[in-house]
Every structure is written in structure tokens, then in C-alpha cells.
Design a protein around this ligand. Structure first.
Ligand SMILES: [Zn+2]
Length: 137
């Protein structure tokens, strides 16, 4: 049956896509990001719709991931566009160092609290592969 082989191939493709971390921001992560930033990550604007902005633009190989997405107001979002973030912030007179520090801190705390059970390696594989880990005494 060819069906099975096709399913295996699809699963493999999916696995490698996930391994590359492509566009894997979940709705829950996005909600957490908006809540923690409490407004536009760049200019601090509140009371405005917030867009998912890729700090490293998709055009420059950025992806919609927890590490790369911040909430941005429509003004910042459309102004930044494909620009490299620090250069753009400097041009706009925004505090890029404060932004980078906060971005890092927020990502670190969210990543730690989210601990995704990412494909646990099978413990069975280890047993046969390491015969000589006994302390030599
Ligand atoms: Zn803004």
C-alpha cells in the first residue's frame, strides 16, 4: 500500500519543518507576549490594535516564533517593514537598547515557563549505545 509510505514522508517533512522552528508561534504565546509587553514593543503605544511583528523580518529569514515576534502598533509595524530593527529604531529615535534588553528578558521567561515537551528522545536508544559509562574504579 502506497498510502503508508506517503504518510511516513509527510510526517518526516513535518518533523523537519518543526525542527527548523518555522512559524510556530501559538495563540497562547501571542496572548502572553501582548500581555507582558502591555502595548507596542517599540514605542509603547497602548489602546491600539497590535500586530505580530517579526523583529527579524521574514524577508531577512525571520520567522513567526516566540523568539522573534513582538506586538507592534500599526504605525511602527508599517514603518519598520523590512528594516533591520536596531537601525530602524535608531532612525526613529526609539530606545533600541532598552527594547533589546526587554525583548530578551521576556523571551527568556516565556520560553522557560512554556517548556514544550519537544519530541523526547527514546530512552531505549541510549541503553545499547553507551556500554562504557561505568566509573572505572
Ligand atoms: Zn509603536
Amino acid at each position: 500500500m502506497p498510502v503508508n509510505r506517503r504518510r511516513v514522508r509527510a510526517a518526516k517533512r513535518r518533523k523537519s519543518r518543526l525542527a527548523k522552528g518555522v512559524h510556530d508561534l501559538t495563540d497562547a504565546q501571542w496572548g502572553a507576549l501582548r500581555e507582558i509587553w502591555g502595548g507596542c514593543a517599540y514605542c509603547g503605544a497602548t489602546g491600539t490594535p497590535l500586530h505580530r511583528d517579526c523583529v527579524l523580518p521574514v524577508a531577512r529569514d525571520g520567522r513567526y516564533t516566540l523568539a522573534n515576534v513582538v506586538p507592534a502598533c500599526p504605525t511602527c509595524n508599517s514603518s519598520k517593514w523590512h528594516s533591520e530593527v536596531t537601525g530602524w529604531m535608531r532612525r526613529k529615535g526609539l530606545a533600541e537598547k532598552a527594547f533589546l534588553a526587554r525583548h530578551l528578558a521576556i523571551h527568556t521567561s516565556l520560553a522557560a515557563s512554556a517548556e514544550m515537551p519537544a519530541e523526547a528522545p527514546s530512552p531505549l536508544l541510549d541503553v545499547s549505545a553507551s556500554p562504557s559509562t561505568a566509573p572505572n574504579e
